[in-house]
Write a protein that binds this ligand. Structure first.
Ligand code: AMP
Ligand code: GLY
Length: 424
């Protein structure tokens, strides 16, 4: 069969790698892709938000299955565009992707269906938001309702900071219309865990857990980023936490979406905080996490095509997900300066070192071929270096060893990815 993947990051590279393993697949295309994805897929110069062009390409090339990796097209309704032309596509429709596209929607859903989450209020009026803050307990969390590249969340320690935050989001519109509405929620402390799950509208099957490192600098300092590294599984996601979430979070969410007339098909990513009062939902995403996908997919034993087709056909209950009994760590190599200003266009050396090494992967995020055919840096997050090991400590040592095989000007990484493992 022929598969089209939509996206251009490390997540889509990991998806392409996984799809390429399926004996059912003869040909992979990726729109727009990157220099690493080009190893498995023919990259097509169509952007993820060009729905008409994507649909036309899928028709002209008799694509059997399209997989949407990114949030923007999902929230914008790309799945509906494919389905209206009778094309098979993996991902939630627009009316279900809203679970990621609107934080106010997802908070109201959790409240209505009693899914554990932080206490909150939604605001469309900045004056009302400020009035609420004046009597609220600090620290407090402000979230832009809409998509903001993972950067629309402000943790405010004082009332002054919180008032400034309302101004940034709602008046200065740092994230555009995403800040027309904001959620103000209780600050929680605890361990964060990401749980990605396949869904077919009524059944949900969770993958192995992972933990992201969102801040740019060591010790969880610096600005929030898309994610600087991950490990899987999380030692903090123990049997008790898992049993609680199975009872009160995952199936409840899928049932809630179905009850609202918004059946969820695709990947549901639940961001959890394990607090002293038990696990609570931080957020939902409607797609694989990045870089979570870069540690979870290399550990998955199933043929990803079988699982995705079962989701589309409503037959996920027949599937048993299986993961290797090992661990994986991904360290993101970024351009120094990310997530703010950074230079790009530097040659990347050492990529070939990964070719003959089992259990080591280099997933490309911001890379491209220059005019001479050399692979150069082309974004903030450049590469994800993933390694497996028999346990988390071995995987971490392997991943950091592999980061040394790669060289480019401006190379930046965190040195404490997986440090939490030592505290488990
Ligand atoms: P989100 O995009 O909602 O996952 O938020 C981004 C990051 O902000 C999360 O991964 C947490 O580290 C942090 N965060 C979000 N909500 C809260 C909260 N209520 N309390 C503490 N930290 C939070
Ligand atoms: N790594 C977090 C995300 O993909 O949203």
């Amino acid at each position: 069969m022929k598969v089209l993947i939509v996206g251009s990051g490390g997540r889509e590279h990991a998806i392409a790698w996984s799809v390429a393993k399926s004996p059912k697949v003869d040909k992979i295309y990726c729109a727009p892709g990157n220099a690493g994805i080009a190893e498995f897929a023919e990259c097509v110069n169509i952007k993820a938000m060009e729905f008409d062009k994507l649909v036309a390409f899928a028709k002209e090339n008799a694509i059997d299955l399209t997989i949407i990796g990114m949030d923007d097209p999902l929230v914008g309704g790309v799945v509906d565009a494919f389905e209206s032309e009778g094309l098979r596509v993996f991902g939630p429709r627009k009316n279900a992707a809203i679970i990621e596209g609107s934080k106010a929607f997802s908070k109201d859903l959790m409240k209505k269906y009693k899914i554990p989450t932080a206490a909150y209020e939604n605001f469309t009026d900045p004056d009302e938001a400020i009035k609420y803050l004046e009597t609220a307990k600090m620290p407090i969390v402000l979230k832009a309702d809409g998509l903001a590249l993972g950067k629309g969340v402000l943790i405010c320690n004082t009332l002054e900071e919180a008032k400034e935050g309302v101004k940034t989001l709602m008046l200065d519109k740092q994230f555009g219309d995403a800040g027309n509405e904001i959620v103000i929620e209780e600050f929680m402390t605890g361990r964060e865990v990401s749980v990605l799950a396949f869904c077919d509208g009524k059944t949900i099957k969770c993958m192995t857990s992972a933990q992201d490192h969102k801040r740019a600098k060591d010790g969880d300092q610096g600005l929030n980023t898309g994610g600087m590294g991950t490990f899987s599984p999380s030692p903090f996601y123990n049997d008790e936490v898992e049993a609680f979430c199975e009872k009160y979070v995952y199936q409840s969410t899928i049932d809630a979406m179905a009850s609202e007339g918004r059946p969820f098909t695709g990947i549901l990513f639940t961001g959890l905080m394990i607090t002293e009062d038990g696990p609570k939902v931080l957020e939902y995403n409607a797609r694989f996490g990045d870089p979570e996908a870069q540690v979870v997919l290399p550990r998955m034993k199933n043929d990803i095509i079988d699982v995705m087709e079962a989701c589309i056909d409503g037959k996920l209950s027949d599937v048993e997900l299986e993961f290797e009994d090992n661990a994986a760590v991904c360290v993101v190599l970024a351009s120094d300066g990310y997530p703010e200003k950074y230079d790009k266009g530097f040659e990347i050396k050492g990529l070939d070192t990964f070719k003959d090494k089992d259990g080591y992967y280099v997933f490309h995020a911001g890379t491209k071929f220059d005019d001479n055919g050399k692979i150069v840096t082309n974004g903030g997050r450049v590469l994800g270096v993933t390694a497996k090991g028999k346990d988390l400590k071995e995987a971490r040592a392997n991943a950091y060893k592999a980061t040394e095989w790669i060289d480019f000007d401006n190379k930046y990484m965190r040195h404490d990815i997986g440090k939490a493992i030592d505290e488990a």
